[in-house]
Design a protein around this ligand. Sequence first.
Ligand code: 13P
Length: 252
Amino acid sequence: MTNKLKYFIGNWKMFGDFNSFKIIDKINRYTSKHKRSKKSKVVLCVPNILIDFFRKKLKHRSVSIGAQNCHHEQGYGPFTGAVSAGMLKKMGAEYIILGHSENRAEGENSSLIKKKVESALNQKLNVIFCIGEKYQDKKKGKTFSVIKRQIKESIEKKFNKNKIIFAYEPVWSIGTNKVPNINELRAVIKFIKNDLKKSFKTKKTPTVLYGGSVNQKNVKSLSLVGEIDGFLIGGASQSAKKFIDIIKNYYK
Ligand code: 13P
C-alpha cells in the first residue's frame, strides 16, 4: 500500500443493536492501545440508530463513526423515514458511505447520488463514494467505462475532493468470497487515480480503497497492490476478532 494514511472502514450494513457495542468497544480498545505505531485510520459505518449511542459510550475514542446513507435534502423536511446528512452529523457521524451498489440496486441513480454527496459535503462529512462494475460489465470489458461514468455523473468539479474517499467495490465481489486478481485490481485502482487526477486537474493523488469480500485471509495479498489506500469491509467488520485480524498488520 502507499505511504499515505491507510483506511480500514467497516460497513455494518443492516446489522447491529445495542449489544453490538461490545464489538466496536473491542476494536476501539485495540486501536487505542496500538495507535502510536502506524498511520492507519479505522472507521465503522453503523446503522443510524447506533451512531449517537456508540459515540457517547466509547471511551478514548480512536475509532471514528460513520453512517451508510442519507436523504439528499438538507436540514429538515417532509420526507417520511428519511435522515439528512445534517442530522447524522449532529448525531456524531464523521463519515458517510454514498453510492453503495446495494443502494444503487434499490434505484439510486447517479444524479440522486450527486445530490447526496453535495449535501454530505455541505455538512463537512467525509464521503466514502462507492463505484464498481457488475459482473456483466466486467465480462464485456466495460469495467473502466462504467467506473469513469459513475465518477463523472456524481462528482462535480467544484466538490472538495479532499473530503472524498473513493471505494472501488466490484459488485460481483460483494459478499461472494470472490476478489479480483491482483493485476486486474492494480490496473483498476491506477485507472481510477489517473482518471480523477485528469478530470479534476489535481496533482494530489486521491485516496482509493478496495472493497468486496475482504477478510483476514486475503488482506495480505490484496495489500500487495501498492496503490490501494485501504479497505472497505462488510461482513468481516461485524466481528471484532475478524476485523482486528485484518488490521493487525498495520497496528503492530
Ligand atoms: P463484504 O465485505 O461483505 O463483501 O461487503 C463489502 C461491502 O459492500 C462494503 O461496503
